[in-house]
Each structure stands twice: as structure tokens, then as C-alpha cells.
Design a protein around this ligand. Structure first.
Ligand code: B4P
Length: 189
């Protein structure tokens, strides 16, 4: 069983690469961003709460996010393994994920970090905004999201390094090159 965390800044390509990896390795895909956007679209109470945070470039509070993740996980598994895309985004989320998997007799096999320079992130997200219709893909909100990433999410790089699970991969170039680099890591796990 392989449980993979795909990690990186907003726009680093987590969603793009996860879609390729789930197909190849037959893993379940949990994208917390997709889960939240589905709730927003369905007009649920959770969706209304999430929308306020997302449109403002902020993270959804940990307690809420951890409950959502556990619910989604239990709806999909037991299974061959999971790609966690966009979760964890804070140290409390990483600790909760570790605990949750331990309680279910499994663990994270590796954290794959996509490294992309800041100016490329901004450019990709502005481009995505032209077609995605996502209210958070505008220059002002992207700037806030990158700051939130640096203060709240980037500390996870050290956290996973200490756990002995971190594998950094160059996150720019062609999709195929990046995918090949990720697969080379996964095949060694
Ligand atoms: P997410 O949906 O997770 O989205 P993301 O970080 O913005 O993008 P991702 O890295 O997946 O990039 P993508 O592949 O699309 O989060 C959205 C929001 O939800 C967060 O800001 C937060 O508010 C909330 N949220 C989600 N999870 C949470 C959590 N755990 N806790 C609290 N809040 C949470 O790629 C981006 C663009 O780049 C695309 O247009 C793509 O086509 C392009 N691209 C990809 N690879 C490329 C390449 N190699 N070259 C050129 N372009 C490339």
C-alpha cells in the first residue's frame, strides 16, 4: 500500500501531476481543494464557510479540514493507497494525518515536493484564472496565497524531512519530465 503526499506551493502542479499518478498506480485521489470546490458548488453550509476563506486566499481552519479529510478517507478506503493532494497544509494537519493513518494500520510512504520558482507560480495561476473561473486565481489573492504558503505550509518541508519522508523534485519543465521524476521516486518507495 502506497500513501503519497504531493506537496508544493499553490500552482506548483499538485492537481495536474496527481491526475497522472492516480491513473498509473491505481491509487485513490483526495484533493482537498476539489472537495471544497464541490461543496461550494452544491451550496452547502460547509461550502459557504469554505468560500469565504478561499476567496480571501486563506486556509480553512485545521479542525474543520481534518474532519473533512477523515470523512473522505473513510468513504474511499480500505484501498490500494491514496494520493493526498493539497493536504496537509499545516503542521497540525500533518500530525493529524499521521495519527489518522496509524489508527487505520497504515502510514505515509513518501512526501513528494514539487519545487517551482515564485515567478512561475504567479504566471501559471494568472493563466489558470483566465479559464478556471476560480475566484482565487487573481493577482491579489494569489499574492496572499503565496504568503500563506510561506508562513503556514512551507514549515512542513522540515517536518517531513525529519520524518525521513521528504523527496524534492523539480516542478518545472514538461509535464512528462516532471511525471517521470515523480514516478522514479514512487517506484523506489
Ligand atoms: P488547491 O485546489 O489545492 O489548489 P492549488 O494549490 O491552487 O493548485 P495546484 O498545485 O493543484 O496546481 P495545478 O495543478 O492546478 O487549493 C485551493 C484552496 O483551497 C487553497 O488556497 C485553500 O484556501 C483551500 N484548501 C485546500 N486544501 C486545504 C487544506 N488542506 N487546508 C486548508 N485549506 C485548504 O496547476 C496550476 C496551473 O499550472 C494549472 O493551470 C496547470 O495547467 C499549470 N501547470 C501545471 N504544471 C505545469 C507545468 N509543468 N508547466 C506549466 N504549467 C503547468
Amino acid at each position: 500500500m502506497k500513501n503519497i503526499v504531493i506537496f508544493g506551493a499553490p500552482g506548483s502542479g499538485k492537481g495536474t501531476q496527481s491526475a497522472l499518478l492516480v491513473e498509473k498506480y491505481r491509487l485513490k485521489h483526495i484533493s482537498t481543494g476539489d472537495v471544497l470546490r464541490a461543496e461550494i458548488k452544491a451550496g452547502t453550509e460547509l461550502g459557504r464557510t469554505a468560500k469565504e476563506y478561499i476567496d480571501n486566499g486563506q486556509l480553512i481552519p485545521d479542525g474543520l479540514m481534518i474532519d473533512i479529510l477523515a470523512g473522505v478517507y473513510d468513504g474511499l478506503c480500505p484501498c490500494e493507497g491514496v494520493i493526498f493532494d493539497g493536504f496537509p497544509r499545516t503542521i497540525p494537519q500533518a500530525e493529524a494525518l499521521k495519527r489518522m493513518l496509524e489508527e487505520r494500520g497504515t502510514s505515509i510512504s513518501g512526501m513528494l515536493e514539487l519545487d517551482v520558482p515564485d515567478e512561475m507560480l504567479m504566471e501559471r495561476l494568472i493563466n489558470r484564472g483566465k479559464t478556471s473561473g476560480r475566484a482565487d486565481d487573481n493577482e491579489e489573492t494569489i499574492g496572499k496565497r503565496l504568503n500563506v504558503y510561506k508562513s503556514q505550509t512551507a514549515p512542513l518541508i522540515d517536518w517531513y524531512e525529519k520524518e525521513g519522508l521528504r523527496h524534492a523534485v523539480k516542478g518545472y519543465g514538461s509535464l512528462e519530465e516532471i511525471n517521470a521524476a515523480l514516478c522514479a521516486v514512487i517506484d523506489r518507495l
